[in-house]
Design a protein around this ligand. Structure first.
Ligand SMILES: [Zn+2]
Length: 353
């Protein structure tokens, strides 16, 4: 065996080591671009950012705080409410015949299907909403509404209520799924432009520029669907004109309301947005009286609400005198805002207003 032959295994090992090293470096190079992006698909910032507070606990608190937003909305709803009940002895119910008088008193059927349609105006909601990684949302809050009660009608009969108006309050909890937003759009853009990696240099550069331009655009829309469960409390209004006794509306004890909503939001800034929410709601009331067995009435409502959502900024506003920086910037290693929460913080030249 000569020296060359003796060294052969060592050379093989060196080659293998070099290859492993190269492979390792190469894979790091592939992975690193995705880490150096500002955000991943969940919208979580991976870029090292200046803390929002001088203490690390304060920084954690301030970062969590930015995941919550206060919501205030108002709108109106159209409802339909119906019931089928066994009329029994008609005299105990506030039922009157309201049409076809010319045919004389029609006999009251055994089972009467009654329904009514009216407006709920206004509906007001105030709540808190937690955004989890731009994918899920959790919310909770308090709702207040004022509705009008028209007499129930069915066949030729009317069932009157005591008081024309009612008020209801509602505690609710909601869970939502973000269907589309800025971070989802960025993710899809990344996927879309990936396929130009293999094309010729000129096209690749052109597409690269286009990609950079599109990914830096502010995308203000945010679409989500939400499911909601609430607990209802009804207060029927006092009589406007004292009348003979009439039935009273009451919510079923421990009645839950169920709703599904589509929510479209438009960002005014990183911290403020306006939204429109369309909601379908299902709930039950009880028509109660000491004179007859209470019976339930099912309500279906379609509501539209517009509102404002505000996040309490985790980054404090810069109060350094003479500092006119509009974008987010640092002082002593802590991040500060240069703009109001109603303005985008990353405005570029020409976007001053
Ligand atoms: Zn400053």
């Amino acid at each position: 065996m000569n020296t060359h032959q003796k060294l052969f295994p060592i050379r093989l090992m060196t080659i293998a080591m070099t290859r492993i090293f190269l492979l390792f470096t190469f894979s790091l190079l592939i992975i690193s671009p995705s880490f150096s992006q500002d955000e991943d698909i969940f919208g979580i910032t991976r870029k090292a950012r200046a803390p929002k507070s001088e203490s690390s606990l304060g920084n954690v608190f301030r970062s969590i705080q930015e995941m919550f937003s206060f919501q205030l909305s108002a709108g109106m709803a159209r409802y339909s409410m119906g019931t089928e009940f066994y009329s029994g002895d008609a005299k105990v119910y506030p039922i009157t015949q309201y049409q076809n008088y010319e045919f004389g008193d029609a006999p009251l059927p055994d089972t009467l299907a009654l329904s009514t349609r009216q407006w709920i105006l206004p509906t007001v909601e105030a709540g808190l909403r937690l955004n989890l990684f731009n994918i899920l949302t959790l919310g909770g809050g308090y709702g207040w509404e004022k509705g009008i009660l028209n007499p129930f009608e069915g066949s030729e009969y009317q069932f009157s209520f005591e008081g024309l108006a009612y008020r209801a309050t509602n505690y609710y909890a909601s869970a939502g799924l973000v269907l589309y937003d800025a971070s989802r759009r960025r993710f899809l853009l990344k996927q879309k432009y990936k396929k130009f990696n293999g094309v010729n240099r000129e096209l690749k550069m052109r597409m690269g520029r286009e990609y950079q331009q599109r990914i830096q655009q502010n995308y203000p829309w945010n679409i989500s669907i939400e499911a909601e469960v609430g607990k209802l409390n009804v207060n029927q209004g006092e009589l406007v004109v004292p009348k003979v006794y009439q039935a009273r509306l009451a919510a079923v004890q421990d009645q839950y309301t169920y709703a599904a909503a589509l929510r479209v939001a438009y960002d005014l800034s990183e911290y403020a947005s306006i939204f429109v929410m369309g909601k379908y709601m299902q709930r039950s009331f009880v028509n109660a009286s000491s004179d007859f067995t209470p019976f339930s009435m099912d309500q279906e409502a379609y509501s539209v609400q517009t509102g404002l959502a505000i996040k309490i900024s985790g980054t404090k506003r810069c109060k350094v005198s003479g500092c006119g920086v509009v974008m987010k910037h640092n002082h002593n290693g802590v991040e500060y805002r240069g703009s109001s929460i109603f303005n985008f913080q990353n405005r570029k030249i020409g976007q001053w207003y």
